[in-house]
Write a protein that binds this ligand. Structure first.
Ligand SMILES: [Zn+2]
Length: 399
C-alpha cells in the first residue's frame, strides 16, 4: 500500500479551514505526508496517484459511545434470550456495516458476554472487517441500577473495585459506570443518582492505577456532580448539566460525550417494528423533554468550554439501530447550532482524545494511521454529506 490521494478538499479534523487541492501520501498503513498537492515531496511522486478531485477528505469518524453486540432494533430482553452464536454472527455484520459507514474506530461502552472482546481481537487479527475498538466489557451498576440486566452489579467501594478489576482482567480498555437512572430501564428516574461518591472514587482509583479511563452514564445533575467528585474522565449523555457541574468538568478536564440521537430517535426513515413502536410510545414524554433539554446542555457546555465528544448509543435500546447512526448524530449536533466544522472535529479529533488514542487516530496528520473518509459532496455546505461516501480507508486499506 503506497499511494497518494490527490486533489480532494481536506478537512483534517483539527478544526481549521479546509485545504483545497490537497494530497495525502499513504505508506504501510500510515499517513506519510499531507499538504498542498503542489508541494508533494519527490519521494511521494513515485507512488500510485489516485485522483480525488471534486471529493472531500476527512479523518475516519469515531463513535465514542456504541454497543456493538446489540442490534438496536429489538428489546434488550429479547436479545438476552438469543443464543450466543446468533449474537456473535449479527455483531460481525454490524462491525462490517459500521466501518462501511465511515466509522473507523469505536468505543464500546457496554458489551455482552465479552463478545465485543472477541470481535476486537478478530478485527485486529484481520479475520473480520470492522473498526478499531476500545471497550469496557460489562457495565458496572448498583444492585437494580440502570441496565442491571446486562451489568455487573456491585455495591460499596470494595465490591466496585473488584467489579472494575474483573473487567480489566477480562481485557477492558476502560471502565463504565451507571451513575444515574436511565430511560432504557423501565421504571427508572433518570434524575436519581445511583452511585455514591465513595463508590465512584474507588473505581476511578483502581482504573487509573492500571492506566484505564472511567466513563459514566449520567442524566441527572447530581450524578454528574458525584462523578466529578469521584474522578470520572467522561460523562456519557450528561443531559442535565448545569452551571456548577459544567464548571467542575472544565476544572477537571473531563469530557462530555453527547448522545443526541438516542434522545431524539429517527422514527421516520425506516418502518418501525411493533417492539420499536411500543418503545417510542413509552419513551415519548422523555424524548420530547430530552430534545429541549439537550439543546440547552449543548449551548451551556460550549459557552463554558466543556470538552465535547459524541457517540450514537447505537444498540443501546430498540430505537437505536446501526444505520448511519454517527452521521445522524453529527447532523443533530449541527441542528443544535454547532457549526459543521466544529461538529466534525467533535466526531474525529475530540473523540480520539476521549479514547486516549489521539497519537494515532482522529486527524489527517503525518504518522497517524491512514483512516480516511472520502465524500462525494461538501459536508460543510450540507452535513448530510457524511452519508455520501465515495471511499473509506482503514490503515490504508480500502474498505
Ligand atoms: Zn449507552
Amino acid at each position: 500500500m503506497n499511494f497518494v490521494l490527490v486533489g480532494a478538499t481536506l478537512i483534517d479534523g483539527n478544526g481549521g479551514a479546509p485545504l483545497e487541492n490537497a494530497a495525502v501520501h499513504v505508506q504501510a498503513g500510515r499517513i506519510a505526508w499531507v499538504g498542498a498537492a503542489s508541494e508533494l515531496p519527490a519521494a511521494a511522486q513515485a507512488a500510485k496517484q489516485i485522483d480525488a478531485s471534486r471529493k472531500w477528505l476527512l479523518p475516519g469518524l469515531i463513535d465514542a459511545h456504541i454497543h456493538i453486540c446489540y442490534n438496536g432494533e429489538e428489546s434488550t430482553f429479547a436479545l438476552l434470550e438469543k443464543p450466543r452464536d446468533a449474537l456473535v454472527l449479527e455483531a460481525v455484520e454490524i462491525c462490517k456495516r459500521t466501518l462501511q459507514q465511515g466509522v473507523t474506530t469505536i468505543r464500546d461502552v457496554g458489551g455482552e458476554k465479552y463478545i465485543e472482546m472477541s470481535l476486537r481481537d478478530a478485527i485486529n487479527r484481520g479475520w473480520i472487517e470492522g473498526p478499531r475498538m476500545k471497550l469496557c466489557g460489562r457495565v458496572i451498576s448498583m444492585t437494580g441500577g440502570h441496565a442491571h440486566f446486562i451489568a455487573r452489579e456491585a455495591d460499596g467501594p470494595d465490591e466496585m473495585r473488584k467489579a472494575a478489576r474483573e473487567q480489566i482482567k477480562a481485557g477492558a480498555d476502560l471502565v463504565k459506570l451507571m451513575a444515574t437512572g436511565g430511560s432504557a430501564t423501565p421504571g427508572q428516574d433518570i434524575h436519581a443518582s445511583q452511585l455514591t461518591v465513595a463508590e465512584i472514587a474507588a473505581v476511578c482509583e483502581v482504573a487509573h492505577m492500571m492506566g484505564r479511563t472511567v466513563a459514566a452514564h449520567c442524566h441527572g445533575t447530581g450524578g454528574i456532580r458525584n462523578c466529578m467528585l469521584g474522578g470520572v474522565d467522561s460523562i456519557e449523555h450528561g443531559t442535565y448539566l448545569d452551571d456548577e457541574t459544567a464548571d467542575m468538568m472544565v476544572e477537571r478536564g473531563a469530557a462530555l460525550c453527547l448522545t443526541v440521537g438516542v434522545g431524539n430517535p429517527d422514527l421516520e426513515s425506516y418502518p418501525l417494528s411493533p417492539v420499536q413502536q411500543a418503545d417510542a410510545e413509552r419513551r415519548k414524554p422523555m424524548i420530547e423533554q430530552g430534545v429541549k433539554q439537550i439543546r440547552k446542555t449543548i449551548a451551556l457546555a460550549r459557552s463554558k468550554g466543556v470538552f465535547l465528544g459524541c457517540g450514537t448509543d447505537a444498540g443501546g435500546n430498540p430505537l437505536a439501530p446501526h444505520r448511519f447512526a454517527l452521521a445522524r448524530e453529527v447532523e443533530l449536533i449541527v441542528e443544535n447550532d454547532v457549526p459543521p466544522l466544529e461538529a466534525i472535529t467533535i466526531a474525529t479529533r475530540n473523540n480520539a482524545r476521549i479514547l486516549r488514542w489521539d497519537d494515532e487516530i482522529g486527524t489527517v496528520e503525518a504518522g497517524k494511521y491512514a483512516d480516511l473518509l472520502l465524500l462525494n459532496s461538501d459536508p460543510i455546505a450540507d452535513i448530510r454529506s457524511l452519508r455520501d461516501i465515495a471511499a473509506v480507508y482503514k490503515g490504508g486499506e480500502r474498505v
